[in-house]
Write a protein of this length. Structure first.
Ligand SMILES: [Zn+2]
Length: 369
């Protein structure tokens, strides 16, 4: 299908992460498009979230190279943060150089680019296998897709993540790791008027903890903590028995997550008669701009130069499935999708011409890596 028509179809087939039927509808379209390019399709079924679509493309018999090369893995996700019906308020118009619409950038244009790149590479005699994995749960932590991402990355020579590029077109060559802590404070309920002194106020306790946790942020180490959710209490005339916070954590440097775990485990209640319960997990490890990343970027840059494209490198505090690949030591490049802005908002758009440019770049990487 012509890229813009395919993008329109993918954007209009809304696919919020938590709606299995919706994501599966999108998966069926993606599988069909991949079949048109002679892919071998495996649907990895999933009970809770949408199925993952795994498409393997093999070189035509005449084009096989010896020794056989390892595949390049193209990593896309099909789920979005937008609930069904967003498209009615925020439709898909082409506005001059831009295309708007929910999840255009993150990352339905990425899927279009991946398929376009494979098609272009096949036309110029692709002589290596290519694997395309389109997952269903990236926006909610990749809990069911992670094992497949890691397994397929481990057998690949290069992994390209089709998330949007930075607004200036730069690739994402570093990403922070992301984790979450949850803290519960437990106190003792009492009547706020008659028995105030007998209560232990869990919200007051939590207020002390919130300040302490925010202070663990260290910009000099690129470590941030954000108490993003707070809840507690029932009604104003009861001393609250419980309060809870959710804390987003971003780390870049080795050892920082471990430092934070130790600090969090050391938190002690400030008030008499209250207790704390602390849990946490690192969802995605950091993807640092290390030696492997430098070498990968430089090689991609020289391949891009041959088609007169200048690649630039940047990074972001946001994490992606690329974060799972980097610690395996497999070369990975992220931000290989469209160029645009407005992630996760109703201002999301891509620059139309970036689809063709990125498909050309990826085709050239597939043929020359
Ligand atoms: Zn994304």
């Amino acid at each position: 299908m012509e890229p813009k028509s395919l993008l329109k179809l993918l954007v209009e087939t809304e696919s919020p992460s938590h709606d299995k039927a919706a994501v599966d509808r999108l998966g069926a379209i993606v599988a069909e498009e991949a079949r048109k390019l002679s892919a071998q399709i495996e649907i990895i079924s999933n009970a809770e979230t949408g199925n993952h679509v795994l498409a393997r493309f093999f070189p035509s018999a005449g084009a096989v190279s010896f020794p056989a090369s390892a595949p390049v893995l193209l990593l896309c996700h099909m789920d979005t943060v937008f609930p069904l019906g967003t498209i009615n308020r925020f439709p898909y118009p082409e506005a001059g150089e831009k295309i708007l619409g929910p999840a255009t950038l993150d990352m339905k244009a990425g899927i279009v680019i991946a398929l376009g790149a494979i098609e272009a590479a096949q036309k110029s005699g692709l002589n290596r296998p290519v694997t395309l994995l389109c997952t269903s749960d990236e926006e909610i932590g990749s809990h069911t897709s992670r094992e497949h991402i890691e397994r397929l990355a481990a057998e690949s020579a290069l992994v390209l993540v089709l998330e949007g590029a930075l607004p200036d077109g730069s690739l994402k060559t570093w990403r922070k790791g992301v984790g979450e802590f949850r803290v519960k404070a437990k106190g003792r309920a009492a009547h706020a008027g008659g028995d105030h002194e007998k209560g232990h106020n869990a919200i007051e306790e939590m207020a002390h903890q919130v300040i302490a946790i925010q202070k663990l942020t260290d910009y000099s180490k690129q470590t941030t903590l954000n108490v993003g959710v707070i809840k507690g209490g029932t009604v104003s005339n009861v001393v609250p028995e419980e309060a809870e916070i959710h804390v987003d954590v971003r780390v870049m440097q080795p050892g920082e997550w471990e430092r934070l775990v130790a600090e969090m485990q050391n938190l002690k209640p400030v008030l008499d008669g209250t207790a704390l319960e602390i849990t946490g997990a690192l969802n995605r490890p950091p993807m640092p701009f290390d030696e492997t990343m430098k070498a990968t970027f430089e090689r991609a840059k020289s391949i891009a130069a041959k088609i007169s494209m200048e690649l630039t490198a940047g990074g972001t505090g946001g994490a992606s499935d690329g974060n799972f690949v980097a610690p395996l030591g497999i070369p990975v490049l992220d931000g290989m999708g469209a160029v645009g802005e407005g992630y996760h908002s109703e201002r999301e758009y891509i620059f139309t011409n970036s689809m063709e440019q990125k498909a050309g770049l990826i085709a050239s990487l597939l043929c020359n890596w």
